[in-house]
Design a protein around this ligand. Structure first.
Ligand code: FES
Length: 320
């Protein structure tokens, strides 16, 4: 389990926003305010399904100025590792859930005046709270939101009725509307910061177009919402300090296998983004799937992120 504090909340409302996306409203059982958060923050939702636990990170959507309730949106993933299917099928108004305290790995760059958000599909979620937080015109915010078809455009009506409506640009794929990233970067002020959240392909395209123009990497920020593919061939992990030897199944992560053995590992995002589950490799090679280590660190094979990465060798010994 995550070492962050756990909060018990009740689901007070569930809305079907699109064929694949539901919004869940969460509150403390006694109605007291929940912990403060800032735009871009997420919570880790823990779900128990019999002997099986799922821990999924979801961005908080609502206004950070009102913490009487939290809102999260869950897209039902076709290749669900269980959590999104559980949220869609088993969670309803009245369900009690355990969540972690909010953490923010996707904050706005301090001191910057112009912030440009690029969202693909459910990747819109962290930007909703950013927009809800800064409604007073103190920051220049602009949103580019691409989605598959009109019925998949969750939140479009809210965005168009909100205080940032004039700076919201939507691109509906089924209507032939395309976000021209190169054109967008060419039009940006040199000191703007760009944030992308969406499928890996969108994140990659943003970074590739930025690189074409020599855009500084320090002004690019990303968060990937889609579940990383964490499956593959089974292998053995050995925890060197305790001597515990574990089989990591084809559809299991190393982190889950370790938790199954009753060992606790701190894990903030569980999506290969934050680095809290990084441990040293003592023997064997990792098949890196994370977005935290850079290419040189991955090639060095010194550490591995347990929440998403796998082993390239049949046996992996780690410093745990
Ligand atoms: S828990 Fe964040 S990278 Fe593994």
């Amino acid at each position: 389990m995550n070492a962050r504090e756990s909060i018990t909340v009740d689901v007070v409302a569930v809305e079907q926003l699109t064929p694949l996306i539901k919004r869940f409203t969460l509150a403390l059982p006694d109605g007291a305010p929940l912990p403060a958060f800032s735009g871009g923050a997420h919570v880790l939702v823990s779900m128990q399904d019999g002997d099986q636990w799922y821990h999924n990170a979801y961005s908080l959507l609502g206004s950070p100025h009102d913490t009487r309730q939290y809102q999260i949106a869950v897209r039902r993933e076709e290749a669900s590792r269980g959590g999104s299917a559980f949220m869609h099928e088993r969670v309803q108004a009245g369900t009690r859930l355990a969540i972690g305290t909010p953490a923010n790995l996707f904050e706005l760059a301090r001191g910057a005046k112009k912030h440009v958000f690029i969202a693909g599909g459910i990747g819109i979620t962290p930007f909703l709270a950013q927009l809800n937080e800064h409604t007073g015109g103190e920051l220049d915010l602009e949103l580019h939101y691409a989605f598959r078809s009109p019925e998949h455009g969750a939140f479009v009506d809210e965005l168009k009725a909100g205080p940032h409506a004039g700076n919201v640009h939507c691109y509906v794929d089924s209507e032939g509307q395309r976000l021209d990233l190169l054109k967008l970067f060419k039009q940006l002020d040199a000191d703007a910061h760009v944030y992308v959240c969406g499928p890996q392909g969108l994140n990659d395209a943003v970074y590739a177009n930025a690189a074409l123009l020599g855009w500084p990497k320090a002004q690019l920020h990303s968060e990937q919402f889609a579940a990383t593919d964490t499956g593959g061939k089974a292998f053995t992990v050995v925890l060197a300090k305790s001597g515990i030897e574990l089989e990591v199944g084809e559809d299991e992560t190393i982190l889950k296998a370790i938790e199954r053995a009753g060992v606790t590992v701190e894990s903030l995002c569980r999506e290969g983004v934050c680095g809290t589950c990084e441990v040293a490799i003592l023997e064997g090679e990792a098949d890196h799937r994370d977005q935290y280590l850079d290419d040189d660190e991955k090639a060095a094979q010194k550490t591995i992120l347990l929440c998403v990465s796998r082993a390239r060798t049949a046996r992996l010994v780690i410093d745990l």
